[in-house]
Design a protein around this ligand. Sequence first.
Ligand SMILES: [Zn+2]
Length: 467
Amino acid sequence: MTKIGLEIHCQLTNLESKLFCSCKANYRDFKINENICPICMGLPGTLPRLNQEAVKKATIIAMALNCTTPDKIAFFRKNYFYPDLPKNFQITQLNIYGDTSIGGTGSIMVGEKKINITRIQLEEDPGRLIYEGSSSKNLITLVDYNRAGTPLVEIVTEPDFEGPKQVRDFVNILSDLLENLGVSDPGLDGAMRIDANVSIEGGKKVEIKNIGSFHDLEKAIHFEITRQESLHSRDISIIQETRHWDDKRKITVSSRSKEEDLDYRYFLEGDIPWVRIDPKTKAELKLKMPESISTKKERYVSKFNITPQVATVLSSDKFYSDLFEKSHTESNAKEIANIITTDLMGLVDTREKREESKITGTHLKDLADSIQSGKISRISAKNALYEIVKTGKDLSQVILELDLGNVSDESTILKIIQEVISDEPQAVEQAKSNPQTINYLVGKVMQKTKGKADPKLTLDLLKKQIG
Ligand SMILES: [Zn+2]
């Protein structure tokens, strides 16, 4: 049987400052080596100051993943030399002298499958290496320390996954959950990086390090299972090793096995005292936790009669569910849910488009209300939405500028109906014997009015005309 376990590194991107100093947690807007200070550079004589907000946010993650949360946490030094690690050690957590990590055992459901969480650690991110040069001969390595000290949460799972698809489903659920909690923006480049441990029946465990995209994660695991099975079928033993995902060649490649043997010489970080997280603080945090995705989904279905499929899509994405929450009323909720899932999602289907989009809750409310009152048709609403996303103009202005208002003037519609009747004698005869086919004629009127004829009025008038 295939066994897969994950170690997910997720940056707490919504924090103001780094884990142990006051440099910005959002290092992405800085020029290289500009977001640094003596503390995150590990200069002699400096002392780390723990970011209390990071402790709270990490505790919230632990709670959302149903993990136990100890009353006291401790930090440890993980010693190793690497150019992106200015102190030559990383401040992290370890459960070696009792459960002192921010989160203990927990679990999360992926469909019917329960995935167990081993622990959650709060730690600092190292800096970043940048490779330049065209070949391995003249390759130079540059170091950017802006990221060093960024608050990171490591979520370690049990080897409960049975295949790449299940892993992909899990990371999607986890990423939605973290975004919904307001602790991270997992879509930011480098905000979520994953190591996967893969083993097949009778083989040793192989670790694939540092995979940056969910798509590649699924591919890498798939590749690794195939590679191991191929070795196994030829009676070649699978060695325990660390491999890297080469995202250009789409294969895993062996790293120096030395890394695996490193003795990290963990010891307690004496510069940070043990931190108490008392039950009262935990209760307060729990109270302030946002509504979970599954509760939200159930509410959408039971309160607004939205289909489970639409409710799933809507509730799992914070961008859309925030828009929905800002715009819906009891009477227009279903209409708004439909606008978001059938039209808006197609218009803002990338991160860039979302960021550029000018749509607000008020726009959506106006659109739904106008459709319901017959002021504009659904087709016109779609055209208006396109314009609104692009320009952010008010709906009323867009209707005027693009002449999208419904034609609800009886004589105008009647004139068009008469045209349609003379154009389509066969369809008229059919509609007389089979009233259901009248929709074809309604469609023709819509075509002639570019979707602007009031559909209810059109149907009533048509019925009268055909008799
Ligand atoms: Zn700093």
